[in-house]
Design a protein around this ligand. Structure first.
Ligand SMILES: [Zn+2]
Length: 276
């Protein structure tokens, strides 16, 4: 079975990102102001949290990223797309047994959902993927989701209506969902809007560890939660969004030296709920 990263071209994703980035700061201020939750106590006296997430069920994650995480005692969140798994289901099950989080990135990785109704998305992507994960990874997991391509709209209409429709479709099933843009997450906002978790792709644009460092430092400075997104982890960067094995290792090593709690998304979400 061919491996599909399912990543869109830059031209496809930018408008969505711009809308998201434009909408989020005002919303964050409103919610943080009303909830008033400052200074969550992170485990071990950490100043912030970071989750390492890997999308699309790519073989290079099994072969390269997982061993690098294991060597450092770190655990990540792997958003699987069923059609990319091929003959490596047993390997993914071993990843789950090693303590990593396995989560939902749909069956077929549809990016543009303008042709989808909530019922169609539920029938073709959400319900079958959750069933597949239940059968192969257990039903007791916290149900986390990553929006394919970071697209946050479904069906037709204004962007806000399309986003609200997507949220309504996910909310009966999914506890938390991750986009691919926006600043680190304020815990107060996480509780108010768990289906709008913001994240950053540190190797999307170029090979520079400082981009990841800066984002995680910002989370530590504010007591927030940084979520990093990776795709292919390869010997060399080939295209947009690829991470070289060397750079991936450098980022993991650096995180290990920071005053931040590194844990899968479900674990961080559970901690925020408990602390609230
Ligand atoms: Zn994806």
């Amino acid at each position: 079975m061919p491996i599909q990263s399912g990543r869109p071209s830059r031209g496809e994703i930018e408008p969505t990102r711009r809308r998201l980035l434009a909408a989020l700061p005002a919303l964050s201020v409103l919610i943080a102001g009303s909830a008033g939750a400052q200074g969550i106590a992170w485990p071990g006296g950490a100043r912030g949290a970071v989750s390492l997430t890997y999308d699309d069920a790519l073989n290079s994650q099994l072969d390269n990223a997982v061993p690098q995480l294991a060597a450092r005692g770190l655990r990540g969140t792997f958003f699987l797309t069923e059609e990319n798994i091929g003959d490596r289901l047993a390997d993914w099950q071993a990843v789950a047994r090693a303590g990593h989080e396995i989560a939902d990135h749909t069956v077929h990785h549809p990016c543009d959902l303008r042709g989808y109704s909530p019922a169609r998305f539920e029938r073709l992507e959400l319900a079958p993927m959750e069933r597949f994960l239940d059968q192969n990874f257990g039903a007791s997991r916290l149900r986390t989701f990553a929006y394919p391509c970071g697209y946050i709209g479904m069906g037709s209409g204004a962007p806000a209506d399309r986003h609200a429709r997507y949220i309504r479709t996910l909310s009966p099933t999914i506890s938390a969902a991750r986009t691919t843009a926006g600043p680190p997450n304020d815990p107060a906002r996480v509780l108010a809007e768990p289906l709008r978790l913001q994240a950053f792709e540190p190797t999307e644009e170029r090979t520079d560890p400082l981009l990841a460092f800066r984002y995680v430092r910002e989370a530590a400075r504010r007591g927030h939660w940084a979520i990093l997104v990776f795709h292919e982890v390869l010997p060399q960067r080939v295209g947009e969004g690829d991470t070289s094995i060397a750079l991936h290792g450098e980022i993991l090593d650096w995180i290990g030296r920071q005053p931040v709690w590194c844990a899968p998304m479900g674990a961080v979400l559970g901690h925020i709920r408990q602390d609230a």
